[in-house]
Write a protein of this length. Structure first.
Lengths: 601, 210
């Protein structure tokens, strides 16, 4: 059915149905993204406050111990769940899946709308905890019991209850969205869009969503049980315990059980964020290098392998938890094995750039910086994956540095790259290039200025989670100096993000008008009849797909790209019939488009 | 092995290598999702629910090995509830068979009985809760009790969701919606009722065995 009648489209007409209670995946994607960015800004400010305390202790008098732990907890949880997960799946997933597979919308548009509104409720519940007596929870973003629900931890009264409630609501929202993303990929692809012709962006989001649907239940289970321990006094996780001189009513609960459940969610969560990033980066690199992605099939297999392996590595977060040390060997092994498919992806990105026609646009700069940062953070992951190295480093700034490089900076680079890449399609305007370049270079150099020195701090044994390092003899002066430097860098990087938001707003009104396909890309979202695409995406006729998404610099083709909906060309048909040699010249050392007969003879 | 064949295809070559049959159907934006799309969504949801209850079961087993655990003697009414749920599932299946053969009158009757059995099961579960509370077996008294309340409560919530869908489908059978549409809705309820029955049997077996 590629015909579609106007009367079935039900184009919404009022402002409310068009922009607020919208069932259009593009509007929902923007709603998701703006909400995620807004709550992300809160987390950014919290990180400033923490850095002020660490770099210049005592300068801001309102930051006491409790406040510091509350900032740390909320910063972590917001960034991982409410910003990164929401923007990659709810934002980019919503916008790109239907457009890239050639569908008119998600398969369950009403459920999709509900997903956003439930997500918004989760965010509001979380924000509400800032305004309750006792403030938000300060239990650390992993919320380990028993301390997270006992008196003495900041936010014991209301903060922890609202946090757990918010997480449970978020998981409901994610499940509604996730069912849509997966079912749309499986059932609503355009004619000719086989699974192995999908852009890697869709593959990454697809597999990450599957993982989320299987991993978030673990957070749901631990969240519900912890909530019951706190609210009605069950003993799932809390053992017999003395608190503030009194024996509490709890008996025999297992804090370790919580850690297993939490990390059974928590480790896949890393890849729930990383796999969409991997996919998006593969596409951006390929488009801006004017070259097909190297090893497409291997990229898909690596995504699948990482997805499966990520479910059997969780306890590498628990080497110092007191679990059976024999487990450590198993989990160290699986952790190192996951480096294999990950390394395959990195090699393929680098080989895509090899001998390519690289255009250093802003999205491309972000894509390349992602590869660098991901390798950097990944390598320190090899250190921490080994039990004997992890034990001494586990409670130091080395972990903070590793985690922020691989899960903080790297995915955020992709978020930025993707926004610069798809903004012209979403709004019909180009983002201002000069502001973009400035934003990139300050962010890129700035984040390294923040996290590079933290590796050193870790090696000299500066413990993480400390509110203050004043008057501690084992902390060298160099560490205190570095902390000041890191704080200054963090403030600068933060300010530049505000300039980025200004660019988003300015370009929306004053930016240069974008052509339909400014990057000359092949995938379907650039081939829509209107830019930005209207309700229903494709007008009367759905696109029909004849090729994969990576036909760049094909020899014999008139342009250096052939879009996915272009029918087979005469020269290709001759190739397929075996009448001409598809590769008249050796592929190596140059790419097909560049080698000439004279050069090789 | 369709999936293996799929991921070994060579997408950079011509149309001939596009081995997999592609849906090609395409909807959204104001069109009703056809049965096969809804079925895919429902099956994936069942996968999510299975993961959820599977993780609860693992937590149950792990918590059993720790201190302060006293096994719960399960209320006898649970057996009655189980029979009711089995009956409801059978009626739902009959409704699906009748409607597939075009016998909408019989299908509607069986469909209503199947849904009412779902309600009866929920009432029965609530009575089991009250019996436990009356006996002083509150959730906070013992982790075994707490698991009982959590597992039955969550299973009940899933059934409530199913009853909402059942209500929508029932509206279709009375409001003169196209027969194919009604048949599809009944079929989906049939799947979900069978799934919730299996889920309950697994949970009940675990509760009984401990």
């Amino acid at each position: 059915m590629s015909e579609h009648h106007d009367d079935e489209m039900h184009e919404p007409t009022s402002f409310l149905t068009k922009y607020i209670w919208s069932q259009d995946h593009k509007v929902i994607a923007v709603q998701y993204s703006l909400t995620a960015i807004a709550i992300g800004l809160v987390a950014l400010v919290l990180s400033w406050l923490m850095r002020m305390q660490l770099g210049f202790p005592g300068e801001l008098e309102f930051i006491d111990q409790a406040a510091y732990y509350q900032y740390a907890t909320m910063h972590g949880m917001i960034m991982v769940i409410y910003l990164l997960t929401a923007i990659f799946l709810g934002g980019f997933g919503n916008y790109l899946i239907p457009l890239q597979v050639g569908a008119r919308d998600m398969v369950f548009p009403f459920l999709n709308m509900l997903s956003y509104w439930v997500y918004l409720i989760a965010v509001l519940v979380l924000v509400a905890s800032f305004f309750t007596p006792g403030g938000p929870t300060g239990a650390g973003w992993t919320l380990y019991p028993p301390q997270s629900i006992l008196e003495g931890t900041p936010g014991y009264d209301w903060g922890i209850i609202l946090m757990l409630t918010s997480l449970v609501i978020f998981i409901v929202a994610f499940t509604m969205g996730g069912l849509n993303y997966v079912t749309t990929v499986l059932q609503a692809r355009a004619r000719g869009m086989t699974l192995m012709r999908m852009p890697l962006t869709v593959w990454g989001i697809f597999i990450a969503t599957f993982m989320g649907l299987l991993a978030f239940p673990a957070l749901f289970v631990s969240g519900v049980m912890l909530l019951l321990d706190r609210v009605i006094g069950t003993s799932f996780f809390v053992p017999e315990i003395m608190s503030l001189g009194e024996t509490l009513d709890y008996t025999g609960g297992s804090p370790l059980l919580f850690q297993h459940l939490f990390w059974f969610f928590g480790h896949p969560e890393v890849y729930i964020v990383a796999l969409p990033a991997f996919g998006i980066i593969s596409d951006i690199l390929s488009v801006h290098a004017r070259k097909n992605i190297f090893g497409y099939r291997m990229m898909v297999w690596a995504l699948l392998a990482i997805g499966i392996l990520s479910f059997i590595v969780w306890a590498h977060h628990m080497y110092v938890s007191g679990m059976d040390p024999a487990f450590g060997f198993f989990f160290a092994t699986t952790t190192l094995i996951i480096a294999v498919p990950t390394a395959i992806k990195v090699y393929n990105w680098v080989l895509t750039l090899w001998n390519a026609d690289i255009h250093l646009t802003v999205p491309m700069l972000y894509a390349i910086s992602f590869v660098l940062t991901f390798v950097f953070g990944g390598l320190t992951g090899l250190f921490l994956g080994n039990v004997v190295v992890d034990v001494p480093l586990s409670d130091t700034y080395f972990v903070v540095a590793h985690f922020h490089m691989v899960m903080g900076v790297a995915p955020v680079m992709v978020v930025f790259g993707a926004i610069y890449h798809w903004y012209p399609k979403i709004t019909g305007r180009m983002l201002h290039n000069g502001m973009g370049q400035f934003h990139f270079w300050v962010t890129f150099i700035g984040t390294y200025a923040i996290y590079f020195p933290m590796h050193y701090l870790g090696f000299v044994g500066v413990p993480r989670r400390y509110f203050s390092y004043e008057d501690l003899e084992f902390i060298p002066q160099s560490a205190n100096d570095l902390n000041e430097f890191i704080t200054v860098a963090a403030l600068i990087v933060g300010v530049v993000q505000i300039q980025f938001l200004y660019n988003l707003g300015w370009s929306y009104f004053k930016g240069e008008k974008a052509p339909a396909n400014p990057w000359k890309a092949t995938s379907l979202e650039w081939q829509t009849p209107q830019t930005p695409p209207v309700h229903g995406n494709w007008g009367k006729t759905l696109p029909e797909v004849h090729r994969w998404a990576y036909d760049y610099s094909v020899p014999g083709a008139p342009d250096d790209f052939i879009s996915q909906n272009t029918p087979r060309q005469p020269f290709e048909k001759l190739e397929e019939a075996g009448e001409i040699d598809p590769d008249p010249t050796p592929l190596y050392p140059d790419t097909r488009g560049h080698t000439t007969a004279e050069e090789t003879s | 092995m369709g999936f293996i064949k799929t991921i070994f295809s060579q997408p950079w070559l011509g149309d001939a290598t596009a081995t997999e049959t592609v849906p090609g159907g395409n909807m959204g934006a104001g069109m009703r999702a056809p049965l096969k799309v809804k079925r895919t969504g429902l099956f994936i949801f069942m996968g999510v629910a299975t993961a959820l209850f599977g993780l609860f079961s693992i937590a149950y087993k792990m918590r059993m090995g720790m201190g302060g655990w006293t096994n719960l003697s399960d209320p006898a009414i649970l057996w009655t509830n189980t029979y009711i749920l089995v009956a409801g599932s059978i009626f739902m299946h009959l409704a699906s068979r009748f409607s597939a053969r075009g016998n909408m009158g019989a299908a509607k009757k069986a469909f209503i009985v199947g849904g009412l059995a779902g309600f009866a099961f929920l009432v029965g579960q609530y009575m089991a809760w009250q019996q436990l509370n009356a006996a002083g077996l509150y959730a906070q008294a013992n982790p075994a009790n707490a698991f009982f309340f959590v597992l039955t409560g969550l299973h009940g919530l899933h059934l409530l969701g199913g009853l909402y869908a059942w209500g929508l489908a029932l509206f279709k059978t009375t409001s003169g919606a196209p027969a194919a549409d009604t048949t599809a809705s009944i079929k989906l309820c049939d799947y979900y009722w069978s799934y919730l029955l299996l889920l309950w049997l697994a949970m009940f077996a675990m509760l009984l065995s401990t």
